[in-house]
Design a protein around this ligand. Structure first.
Ligand code: NDP
Length: 390
């Protein structure tokens, strides 16, 4: 059976792994829409390679460049945020949501309204607007397929029919590149060191999030909404080998886990072929080559982000919006060397302290609060002038 598919954020790390899967089974997929932010040439190249009908560049000023790059290929070129959202409204069997950050929220909501299934890698909209995203999926009867390797693992072993028997879900965390670093060492960490993840090759933002363990914090909130599990039933264990991708523990003492190599093509293939499975050429796990599997409790002193996630879930949805917005601003500032690595959590705390609580009953209210939190984070950064070496 051929499935129609659109890929939002096709030029990114998840986007390209998705393309790998599609090219390995070209008869199984009919690619309609591919999108990117600014990488025109890469977008045009991928669009032609996968035989997409439409390519959308979010940055409007890149329209002419995209049109020229696609001239004579038969792929339609579109540009701008409105075009992105409109393209997400094209009904397809499955939409891959792989934009990074809250920029993916509006296209995500449009794809949930119009597509049969949405594979979600783009965790930030789930963190900030989880109840609205999941309510829309229920309203439009759209299947949400988790792509994040941990949530995909849980999805694979979560017995919905035995939901009441589930005692807890356990998210595993690699611990990132700074797992064994002291606070002094982390204080001097450079963006290059932060993005050098030991097990996964990913985009810059999620790599920094992994280094601070904010990625796991966002994933706790993501799991809360995706699986409708209370925070006290979501645990985190550091597992440096990234082999056990997450676990579900049942009341009879059984723990089901999904294992595999650290290769995003496995969870992506599962999402794209669900409820079936498809063959991939991804890395395979060689048990004979494994000497050990380690599991450790997270260290809250060196990685305080994780406790912020639980606090935000207790405080309510506004706090989750603030956490995500402040983190996006702080990570960008760190990557631009405007703040130091350990300042990221200070920026987040400053916004969490002032955000207050408001009703978030529409996407517009979430977007509005997200914008205000970003301004607060920027104000904090500039008022403190926490510049590297200053
Ligand atoms: P990348 O940075 O590698 O790619 C991001 C993609 O989003 C690119 O196609 C980029 O386009 C596009 N994009 C960026 N900003 C905008 C914008 N303002 N408007 C529209 N499109 C935009 O990210 P990743 O692939 O690493 O991650 C994507 C999402 O998946 C994130 O939410 C991340 O947390 C999640 N995720 C990623 C994993 C991974 O292994 N990488 C694993 C699990 C989850 P351009 O290239 O033109 O800039």
């Amino acid at each position: 059976m051929t499935r129609s598919i659109s890929i939002f954020g096709v030029t990114g790390s998840v986007g390209q792994s998705t393309v790998d899967i599609i090219l390995s089974a070209p008869d199984s997929f009919d690619v309609r829409v591919v999108t990117a932010h600014r990488q025109v040439d890469k977008l045009a190249e991928i669009a032609v390679k996968v035989g997409a009908k439409v390519a959308v560049i979010a940055d409007e000023s890149a329209y002419l460049a995209l049109k020229e790059a696609l001239s004579g290929t038969g792929v339609e070129a579109l540009a701008g945020q409105a075009a992105l959202v409109e393209a997400a409204g094209q009904a397809v069997d499955i939409c891959m949501a792989a934009i990074v950050g809250m920029a993916g929220l509006e296209p995500l909501m449009a794809s949930i309204e119009h597509c049969k299934a949405v594979a979600i890698a783009n965790k930030e909209p789930l963190v900030s607007a989880g109840p609205l995203v999941m309510a829309a999926a229920r309203r439009y009867n759209t299947k949400i397929l988790p792509v994040d390797s941990e949530h995909n693992a849980i999805f694979q072993v979560f017995e919905e029919q035995n939901r009441v028997s589930i005692e807890r879900i356990i998210l595993t965390a690699s611990g990132g590149p700074f797992r064994t670093w002291s606070l002094d060492e982390m204080a001097r960490a450079t963006p290059q060191q932060a993005v050098a993840h030991p097990n996964w090759t990913m985009g810059a933002k999620i790599s920094v999030d992994s280094a601070s363990m904010m990625n796991k914090a966002l994933e706790v909130i993501e799991a809360h909404y995706l699986f409708d599990m209370p925070a006290d039933k979501i645990d985190v264990l550091v597992h440096p080998q990234s082999i056990v991708h997450s676990m579900v523990e049942y009341e009879d003492g059984s723990i089901l886990s999904q294992m595999g190599a650290s290769d995003m093509r496995t969870p992506i293939a599962y999402a794209l072929s669900w409820p079936d499975r498809m063959r991939t050429s991804g890395d395979r796990l060689d048990f004979k080559a494994l000497s050990r599997l380690d599991f450790l409790a997270p260290d809250d002193d060196r990685f305080p982000s994780l406790s912020r996630a639980y606090q935000c879930l207790a405080d309510g949805e506004s706090a989750c919006v603030a956490l995500n917005a402040a983190n996006e601003i702080a990570v960008e500032a760190f990557l631009q060397e405007k703040i130091r690595f350990l300042d990221i959590v200070d920026v987040i705390d400053s916004v969490l302290e002032s955000v207050g609580s408001c009703a978030l009953n529409s996407i517009e209210t979430v977007v509005d609060l997200d914008g205000r939190c970003r301004t607060m984070a920027l104000d904090y950064i500039y008022s403190r002038q926490i510049k590297l070496g200053v």
